[in-house]
Design a protein around this ligand. Sequence first.
Ligand SMILES: [Zn+2]
Length: 290
Amino acid sequence: MLKVFLTLLFVVALSFAQLRVVATYPWIGELVKEIGKDRVSVYVIAKGTEDPHFVVPKPSHIARLRDADLLIAQGASLEVGFLPPLLQQSNNPKVQPGREGFLELSEFVQIIQKPASVSRAMGDVHSEGNPHYQLDPHNIPLLAKALKEKLCQLDSKNCTYYRANLEDFLARWEGKLKEWDKGLEKLRGTKIIEYHKLFDYLLARYGIVLVGTLEPLPGIPPTASHINNLVETSKGVRFILQDVYHEKRTARYVAQKLGAKLVVLPHDVGALPEAKDLFSLFDEILRRLQ
Ligand SMILES: [Zn+2]
Protein backbone atom coordinates (compact mmCIF):
# COMPACT_ATOMS: atom_id res chain seq x y z
CA MET A 1 0.00 0.00 0.00
CA LEU A 2 2.79 2.37 0.98
CA LYS A 3 4.63 1.43 -2.19
CA VAL A 4 1.60 2.30 -4.35
CA PHE A 5 1.22 5.58 -2.51
CA LEU A 6 4.88 6.47 -2.98
CA THR A 7 4.74 5.57 -6.66
CA LEU A 8 1.67 7.78 -7.07
CA LEU A 9 3.40 10.60 -5.23
CA PHE A 10 6.39 10.24 -7.53
CA VAL A 11 4.20 10.36 -10.66
CA VAL A 12 2.36 13.45 -9.36
CA ALA A 13 5.66 15.14 -8.50
CA LEU A 14 6.99 14.39 -12.00
CA SER A 15 3.96 15.91 -13.72
CA PHE A 16 4.42 19.12 -11.69
CA ALA A 17 8.19 19.27 -12.14
CA GLN A 18 9.13 22.55 -13.70
CA LEU A 19 11.69 22.86 -16.43
CA ARG A 20 14.60 24.82 -14.94
CA VAL A 21 15.56 27.57 -17.36
CA VAL A 22 18.48 29.99 -17.11
CA ALA A 23 18.34 33.07 -19.37
CA THR A 24 21.30 35.40 -19.85
CA TYR A 25 19.24 38.64 -20.08
CA PRO A 26 15.96 39.89 -18.54
CA TRP A 27 14.09 40.24 -21.87
CA ILE A 28 14.78 36.55 -22.58
CA GLY A 29 13.52 35.68 -19.09
CA GLU A 30 10.29 37.61 -19.78
CA LEU A 31 9.76 35.68 -23.02
CA VAL A 32 10.28 32.38 -21.16
CA LYS A 33 7.65 33.43 -18.58
CA GLU A 34 5.17 34.29 -21.36
CA ILE A 35 5.51 30.90 -23.09
CA GLY A 36 6.34 28.63 -20.17
CA LYS A 37 4.25 30.26 -17.41
CA ASP A 38 3.92 27.94 -14.38
CA ARG A 39 5.55 24.92 -16.09
CA VAL A 40 9.00 26.54 -16.00
CA SER A 41 11.19 28.28 -13.45
CA VAL A 42 13.37 31.09 -14.76
CA TYR A 43 16.65 32.48 -13.46
CA VAL A 44 18.19 35.50 -15.19
CA ILE A 45 21.96 36.12 -15.07
CA ALA A 46 22.28 39.81 -16.07
CA LYS A 47 20.51 42.79 -14.59
CA GLY A 48 18.66 45.18 -16.90
CA THR A 49 20.86 48.00 -15.64
CA GLU A 50 24.12 46.21 -16.57
CA ASP A 51 26.13 46.65 -19.76
CA PRO A 52 25.14 43.46 -21.60
CA HIS A 53 28.69 43.09 -22.93
CA PHE A 54 30.28 43.21 -19.49
CA VAL A 55 28.10 41.26 -17.07
CA VAL A 56 29.79 40.47 -13.77
CA PRO A 57 29.95 36.67 -13.21
CA LYS A 58 28.97 35.46 -9.72
CA PRO A 59 29.08 32.09 -7.88
CA SER A 60 25.24 32.14 -7.72
CA HIS A 61 25.15 32.06 -11.54
CA ILE A 62 27.28 28.91 -11.55
CA ALA A 63 24.99 27.22 -9.01
CA ARG A 64 21.90 27.93 -11.14
CA LEU A 65 23.62 26.74 -14.32
CA ARG A 66 24.62 23.51 -12.57
CA ASP A 67 20.95 22.62 -12.00
CA ALA A 68 19.56 23.97 -15.29
CA ASP A 69 17.65 21.94 -17.90
CA LEU A 70 17.90 24.73 -20.47
CA LEU A 71 20.17 27.73 -20.99
CA ILE A 72 18.98 30.45 -23.36
CA ALA A 73 21.57 32.89 -24.67
CA GLN A 74 21.33 35.95 -26.90
CA GLY A 75 24.34 34.82 -28.96
CA ALA A 76 26.23 36.71 -31.70
CA SER A 77 29.14 36.89 -29.22
CA LEU A 78 27.30 39.19 -26.78
CA GLU A 79 28.02 36.83 -23.84
CA VAL A 80 31.56 35.95 -24.91
CA GLY A 81 33.10 37.83 -21.96
CA PHE A 82 31.28 36.01 -19.16
CA LEU A 83 29.29 32.95 -20.25
CA PRO A 84 32.07 30.51 -21.29
CA PRO A 85 33.78 30.53 -17.84
CA LEU A 86 30.39 30.23 -16.07
CA LEU A 87 29.43 27.28 -18.28
CA GLN A 88 32.74 25.58 -17.72
CA GLN A 89 32.52 25.91 -13.94
CA SER A 90 28.89 24.77 -13.89
CA ASN A 91 30.05 21.33 -15.04
CA ASN A 92 26.56 20.67 -16.45
CA PRO A 93 26.83 18.77 -19.76
CA LYS A 94 23.11 19.32 -20.55
CA VAL A 95 23.41 23.05 -21.24
CA GLN A 96 26.73 23.27 -23.08
CA PRO A 97 26.71 24.81 -26.61
CA GLY A 98 25.60 22.26 -29.19
CA ARG A 99 23.61 20.22 -26.66
CA GLU A 100 19.81 19.94 -26.49
CA GLY A 101 19.63 22.14 -23.40
CA PHE A 102 21.33 25.13 -25.05
CA LEU A 103 19.42 27.63 -27.18
CA GLU A 104 21.06 30.60 -28.91
CA LEU A 105 18.37 33.02 -30.07
CA SER A 106 20.59 34.89 -32.57
CA GLU A 107 20.12 31.92 -34.93
CA PHE A 108 16.49 32.88 -35.52
CA VAL A 109 16.89 36.50 -36.65
CA GLN A 110 18.78 38.37 -39.35
CA ILE A 111 22.00 39.73 -37.78
CA ILE A 112 23.00 43.13 -39.19
CA GLN A 113 26.44 44.75 -39.53
CA LYS A 114 28.25 41.41 -39.92
CA PRO A 115 31.92 42.17 -40.62
CA ALA A 116 33.58 40.57 -43.66
CA SER A 117 36.05 38.82 -41.39
CA VAL A 118 35.51 37.90 -37.75
CA SER A 119 37.96 39.73 -35.52
CA ARG A 120 37.96 41.77 -32.33
CA ALA A 121 40.61 44.03 -33.84
CA MET A 122 41.05 47.33 -31.99
CA GLY A 123 38.64 46.14 -29.28
CA ASP A 124 35.43 46.10 -31.37
CA VAL A 125 32.95 44.12 -29.26
CA HIS A 126 30.63 43.49 -32.24
CA SER A 127 32.96 40.97 -33.87
CA GLU A 128 30.09 38.81 -35.22
CA GLY A 129 27.78 41.68 -36.19
CA ASN A 130 25.35 43.66 -34.05
CA PRO A 131 23.95 41.43 -31.26
CA HIS A 132 21.23 43.82 -29.95
CA TYR A 133 18.44 42.40 -32.15
CA GLN A 134 15.75 42.34 -29.41
CA LEU A 135 15.26 46.08 -29.99
CA ASP A 136 13.36 45.50 -33.24
CA PRO A 137 9.90 44.57 -31.88
CA HIS A 138 9.23 42.63 -35.11
CA ASN A 139 11.95 40.15 -34.12
CA ILE A 140 10.17 39.13 -30.89
CA PRO A 141 7.52 36.85 -32.52
CA LEU A 142 10.27 34.87 -34.32
CA LEU A 143 12.06 34.36 -31.02
CA ALA A 144 8.86 33.42 -29.17
CA LYS A 145 8.21 30.70 -31.76
CA ALA A 146 11.77 29.36 -31.50
CA LEU A 147 11.44 29.26 -27.73
CA LYS A 148 8.13 27.36 -27.88
CA GLU A 149 9.77 24.77 -30.18
CA LYS A 150 12.60 24.26 -27.69
CA LEU A 151 10.23 23.94 -24.71
CA CYS A 152 8.18 21.38 -26.67
CA GLN A 153 11.35 19.45 -27.51
CA LEU A 154 12.49 19.24 -23.88
CA ASP A 155 9.05 18.86 -22.29
CA SER A 156 6.76 17.28 -24.92
CA LYS A 157 3.96 16.43 -22.46
CA ASN A 158 3.29 20.16 -22.00
CA CYS A 159 3.60 21.11 -25.67
CA THR A 160 -0.11 21.90 -26.12
CA TYR A 161 0.11 24.26 -23.15
CA TYR A 162 3.20 26.05 -24.56
CA ARG A 163 1.52 26.35 -27.97
CA ALA A 164 -1.59 27.95 -26.42
CA ASN A 165 0.59 30.41 -24.47
CA LEU A 166 2.46 31.29 -27.66
CA GLU A 167 -0.79 31.96 -29.55
CA ASP A 168 -2.03 34.16 -26.72
CA PHE A 169 1.28 36.06 -26.58
CA LEU A 170 1.44 36.56 -30.36
CA ALA A 171 -2.11 37.93 -30.47
CA ARG A 172 -1.32 40.51 -27.77
CA TRP A 173 2.05 41.35 -29.38
CA GLU A 174 0.57 41.88 -32.87
CA GLY A 175 -1.93 44.33 -31.37
CA LYS A 176 0.82 46.36 -29.71
CA LEU A 177 3.04 46.19 -32.82
CA LYS A 178 0.45 48.20 -34.75
CA GLU A 179 0.57 50.88 -32.05
CA TRP A 180 4.41 50.97 -31.92
CA ASP A 181 4.69 50.98 -35.74
CA LYS A 182 2.29 53.91 -35.97
CA GLY A 183 4.21 55.93 -33.36
CA LEU A 184 7.73 55.10 -34.49
CA GLU A 185 7.06 55.48 -38.25
CA LYS A 186 6.65 59.21 -37.53
CA LEU A 187 10.40 59.30 -36.81
CA ARG A 188 11.36 58.12 -40.33
CA GLY A 189 14.24 60.31 -41.57
CA THR A 190 14.96 61.73 -38.09
CA LYS A 191 18.70 62.11 -37.49
CA ILE A 192 20.16 60.74 -34.26
CA ILE A 193 23.47 60.01 -32.55
CA GLU A 194 23.79 57.14 -30.08
CA TYR A 195 26.44 56.29 -27.49
CA HIS A 196 26.93 52.63 -28.51
CA LYS A 197 25.53 50.82 -31.55
CA LEU A 198 22.74 49.58 -29.29
CA PHE A 199 19.53 50.72 -30.98
CA ASP A 200 20.46 49.98 -34.62
CA TYR A 201 17.72 47.34 -35.13
CA LEU A 202 15.09 49.85 -34.00
CA LEU A 203 16.63 52.56 -36.22
CA ALA A 204 16.75 50.23 -39.25
CA ARG A 205 13.13 49.11 -38.76
CA TYR A 206 11.74 52.66 -38.70
CA GLY A 207 14.14 54.47 -41.06
CA ILE A 208 15.73 56.60 -38.32
CA VAL A 209 19.09 57.94 -39.55
CA LEU A 210 22.21 57.17 -37.49
CA VAL A 211 24.63 60.08 -37.93
CA GLY A 212 27.32 58.73 -35.59
CA THR A 213 28.16 57.13 -32.26
CA LEU A 214 29.90 58.64 -29.23
CA GLU A 215 32.10 55.55 -29.09
CA PRO A 216 34.68 55.58 -31.91
CA LEU A 217 34.20 51.77 -32.13
CA PRO A 218 31.74 49.50 -30.27
CA GLY A 219 33.18 49.01 -26.78
CA ILE A 220 35.80 51.81 -27.04
CA PRO A 221 35.08 54.88 -24.82
CA PRO A 222 34.71 58.31 -26.49
CA THR A 223 37.92 60.26 -27.19
CA ALA A 224 38.23 64.06 -27.41
CA SER A 225 39.29 63.99 -31.07
CA HIS A 226 36.39 61.69 -32.05
CA ILE A 227 33.83 63.84 -30.23
CA ASN A 228 35.18 67.10 -31.68
CA ASN A 229 35.03 65.62 -35.15
CA LEU A 230 31.47 64.34 -34.56
CA VAL A 231 30.31 67.78 -33.34
CA GLU A 232 31.92 69.54 -36.33
CA THR A 233 30.52 67.22 -38.99
CA SER A 234 26.99 66.48 -37.67
CA LYS A 235 24.05 68.64 -38.77
CA GLY A 236 20.32 68.51 -37.97
CA VAL A 237 20.57 65.91 -35.18
CA ARG A 238 17.36 65.69 -33.12
CA PHE A 239 18.21 63.10 -30.45
CA ILE A 240 21.30 61.79 -28.67
CA LEU A 241 20.30 58.26 -27.56
CA GLN A 242 21.94 57.24 -24.32
CA ASP A 243 21.86 53.85 -22.59
CA VAL A 244 21.42 53.59 -18.80
CA TYR A 245 24.85 52.16 -17.96
CA HIS A 246 27.45 54.45 -19.62
CA GLU A 247 28.46 57.93 -18.40
CA LYS A 248 26.14 60.66 -19.63
CA ARG A 249 28.59 63.59 -19.58
CA THR A 250 29.70 63.13 -23.21
CA ALA A 251 26.10 62.86 -24.44
CA ARG A 252 25.18 66.03 -22.52
CA TYR A 253 28.10 67.91 -24.07
CA VAL A 254 27.28 66.77 -27.63
CA ALA A 255 23.55 67.47 -27.16
CA GLN A 256 24.33 71.01 -26.01
CA LYS A 257 26.79 71.65 -28.86
CA LEU A 258 24.36 70.39 -31.51
CA GLY A 259 21.14 71.70 -29.99
CA ALA A 260 19.85 68.11 -29.79
CA LYS A 261 17.76 66.43 -27.08
CA LEU A 262 19.42 63.86 -24.82
CA VAL A 263 17.14 60.82 -24.46
CA VAL A 264 17.92 57.93 -22.11
CA LEU A 265 16.38 54.75 -23.57
CA PRO A 266 15.93 51.33 -21.95
CA HIS A 267 17.59 48.52 -23.94
CA ASP A 268 16.22 45.68 -21.79
CA VAL A 269 13.51 44.92 -19.27
CA GLY A 270 14.50 46.50 -15.94
CA ALA A 271 16.92 49.03 -17.46
CA LEU A 272 14.47 51.70 -16.27
CA PRO A 273 11.62 51.21 -13.77
CA GLU A 274 9.03 51.91 -16.49
CA ALA A 275 10.33 49.02 -18.62
CA LYS A 276 8.92 46.30 -16.36
CA ASP A 277 8.15 43.70 -19.03
CA LEU A 278 8.56 43.21 -22.80
CA PHE A 279 5.45 45.25 -23.62
CA SER A 280 6.31 48.24 -21.43
CA LEU A 281 9.91 48.17 -22.74
CA PHE A 282 8.68 49.23 -26.19
CA ASP A 283 5.92 51.45 -24.76
CA GLU A 284 8.62 53.37 -22.89
CA ILE A 285 10.96 53.60 -25.91
CA LEU A 286 8.10 55.09 -27.96
CA ARG A 287 7.06 57.44 -25.14
CA ARG A 288 10.60 58.79 -24.70
CA LEU A 289 11.02 59.44 -28.44
CA GLN A 290 7.99 61.72 -28.72
ZN1 LIG B 1 26.94 46.15 -28.33
